[in-house]
Write a protein that binds this ligand. Structure first.
Ligand SMILES: [Zn+2]
Length: 305
């Protein structure tokens, strides 16, 4: 499914160790590997004496200890949140309590309200939302976040979640991309919180920027990032075409499309793949290419409009 993207599974997580990426940036990976998190959540620390943390990660004692040890005698002033999935934001609460740093994010989880059937929410990654996080500071596209040792530009990149923000570190022409783009896999876009039209717009937005390196939350840094983003866009277009091709053979339900176009997929990921196809259906329907009766859901039958 991803052979044409040049993805790589090479990545040593060094759990609990603050790995120096360059003079300004360190990364500590939490020991929470899984099909969605790869080797685990990579938390970034930026600065020397006055630090910012991006995505503290899951509420995990060992990871908290590792972060506090890496902060040491420096002062943590900013906690930046790319989005409110369970592997990104929950530890912000305890880290803030201990250090007094303020949190920055787009807003609480579930900004998008849509009329999906309960089946989508049951299957959905709604369980993966951190419903408790509320940012101290609400950030918007183009905002600058400045500390003594760093300066970030906020790049609003919804689609993977409705409240996804990337952070550009100007000095390094680098973009902390959260889960927008990853070097080891494609990113999950799952309704109702995820939205394919927004996701594609976010890919086009970052493709037009001139960042020279991406630091995603999961996996290794991405060099030549525009090439990968282009590949991501092409990959989604191919998936869209595969769905339209399948529907040209007659009306289909989502699971039957999944079984046809994701051959060889780990059955554990059929739920995620179904939601991804649903996200494409929503997008195709909005473009007038696909139709169905009733409410958009995993159960209904879809056909070409
Ligand atoms: Zn996520």
């Amino acid at each position: 499914m991803s052979h044409n993207l040049g993805l790589s599974q090479k990545f040593d997580p060094n759990y609990g160790i603050a790995v120096e990426i360059n003079a300004d940036v360190r990364r500590i990976v939490a020991n929470n590997p899984g099909p969605m998190t790869f080797k685990g959540t990579g938390t970034f620390l930026i600065g020397d004496r006055h630090l910012a943390v991006i995505d503290p990660g899951p509420d995990d004692d060992e990871h908290l200890d590792a972060l506090l040890k890496a902060i040491g005698s420096a002062t943590l002033t900013h906690i930046l949140i790319t989005h409110t999935h369970h592997d990104h934001s929950p530890l912000a609460a305890r880290l803030k309590q201990i250090t007094g740093a303020e949190t920055y994010g787009v807003g609480p989880h579930g900004l998008r309200k849509t009329e999906y059937t309960s089946s989508v929410e049951a299957l959905g990654l709604e369980g993966s939302g951190d419903m408790d996080f509320v940012p101290d500071n609400v950030i918007d596209h183009g905002d600058m976040i400045e500390g003594k040792d760093f300066r970030f530009e906020c790049v609003f990149t919804p689609g993977h979640s409705a409240n996804h923000m990337a952070f550009a570190l100007e000095r390094h022409k680098a973009l902390f991309v959260g889960d927008l783009v990853m070097g080891w896999s494609t990113s999950v876009v799952a309704p109702p919180d995820g939205n394919m039209a927004e996701y594609m717009a976010s890919l086009r937005l970052v493709h037009a920027r001139d960042d020279t390196i991406y630091w995603p939350t999961h996996g290794a840094p991405i060099e030549a990032p525009q090439r990968l983003v282009k590949g991501y866009i092409t990959h989604r277009k191919m998936r869209e075409n595969a769905i339209l091709d399948t529907l040209s053979q007659g009306p289909h339900k989502i699971i039957d499309i999944v079984l046809k176009i994701y051959s060889g997929l780990n059955p554990k990921l059929h739920g995620a793949a179904s939601l991804s196809v649903l996200a494409h259906m929503e997008h195709l329907h909005a473009q007038g290419k696909v139709d169905f009766e009733g409410a958009l859901s995993l159960e209904v039958t879809y056909w070409l409009a």
